[in-house]
Design a protein around this ligand. Sequence first.
Ligand SMILES: [Zn+2]
Length: 442
Amino acid sequence: VLACALVLALGCQGAPGRTLEDPFRVLGLETAVLAGEASRVAETATELARARLGLEPHTRLARSTLRFYPTFASFRAATQDANTAAPDAYGLTYPHTRTAHVTLVPCPSATLRVRGLTLHTRQLLAHEATHLACFDALPWLNDLPGWVVEGLADSVAHETMCALGMAGPFEEEPHSATRLAVVQELIAEDRLPRLEALLADRLEPLDFEQRYAARWILLEFLRAREAEACRRILDAAFRARPGDRAGARLRAAVTAEWTATELVALDAEFRGYVAAFEPRWRTLHGSFGLDGSALVTLAWPGSDSLVLRDEPVEELPFALEGRMLVHEGAVPQLHVVLAHGEESFHEVSFTAGRDVVFWRYGRADNSWTSLARVGLPALALALEQEVAFRIAVDAESVSILLDDALVLRVRLSGATLLGPWGLGARAGACGEWRELAWTQGR
Ligand SMILES: [Zn+2]
C-alpha cells in the first residue's frame, strides 16, 4: 500500500534562506549518491506539482527536509505521536518543520546498493514532495478534500515516475493498474460513492486502499475530461489567504462549476471513464513497478510478492518466456505462478545459485508440495546475471528451460495449469523480468 497521511496541524511558513542549488536537506541515507537520487525525485515532483497549481517554478520560501527511515518500525516510532489517524501510512509530511518523513520500502541494503532507491520509495517520496509543494502555496491543507490533497499527490507521483522513465500508462503500470481494478470492483458492486460525495470526500464505506484509489482516479478524470473546471477549482483552493478557509472556497468553486443535474451526468461519465480502462496487472502482495522495459518486484520481508496478469491462459499448449534477473536478497528467488485459483496454485521457483523447483500450493492446509526439483550449477542461474527462461506446457507435461537448455520436465496434465498466471518473488527478495512474452493455442 502506497499511502501517506498529513499532520492535522496548522503550518507556518518557514524561515527564508534556501538557495536554488540546495532545496532539500536529505537525512538518513547512507551515501551521497542515494541522497542525490532523493533530491532529484523530490525536485521533479516539486516542479510538476507547482505546474499543476499554476505556480512559478523555484519560488519556494524555505528549505525542506527529506528524512528517511530504514524500517517501518523506526518510521512509526518517529512519527506515530503525530499520526494516529493513519497507522498504515509509510510517509508523513509536517508543514511546520517542512519535513517529509519517508520509509525506505522494503530496504535490504544490498538492494539499495544495486538498484538505488526502490521504485516504491521514489513514488512515496514524490507523493510527500507534492505535499511539501502544496504547503508552500497553502500552509493549511486540512480542510481540503482528499481528492485535492492525496489525489493530487498520487497523480503527481505517477507523473514524476513517468518523467524518470519508471512508469507507463495507467493500465500497464502495476501500481496504478491495481488501483483501477480496485475502483472498477467498487463500481461493479455498486459501492463507489456518487461523484457529489467523492468531491466532498465522503468515503465512509471505503477502506484505506479504496479511498486512495478513488481520490486518485477522480483527480485524473477531472484533469482528463474537465480540465478547465479542475484548474479553476484548484486555483480557488490554493489562492486562499490566511483567515480565508480554503475548503469553503473549494466547495463554492465546485458549486459554481456544476449544477446538481450536471453532477449526476458527470457521475455517469466518471463511471464510464473508469470502466473503459483495461488494467493489465493486479498486485496482490509486495511492490511491482516498471523501470524502463523491466518489471521490477520487491517482496516485503514478511511475505512473498505476487502480481497477476489480466489475461488467463485458456488453451494448450502455452508458453511463457522472457529474461529474468535475480538481485541479492534474503533468499534470491523469483517465481512464476500458474493456475492461480481459489483452492490452489502452481509455482516455478528460480533460486539463484541453487535450484529450480516446481511446486503445488494448497490453500486449505497451507501446504507446499514439491512436484519436481533440479539443482543447478551456480552459473546457470546466478545473482545479477540476466538469464532467458521459458516455461512450455502441453497436454502431457511442463518443460522449464534456462538459456534454451531444458532443466526440468514434469509429466502432468497441462490442463491443470490453465487459468490466471502471475509473477513474484520470495519474501525479502528483489528481481526483474524483461521481454516477457506468452503464447497459447496452436
Ligand atoms: Zn499523502
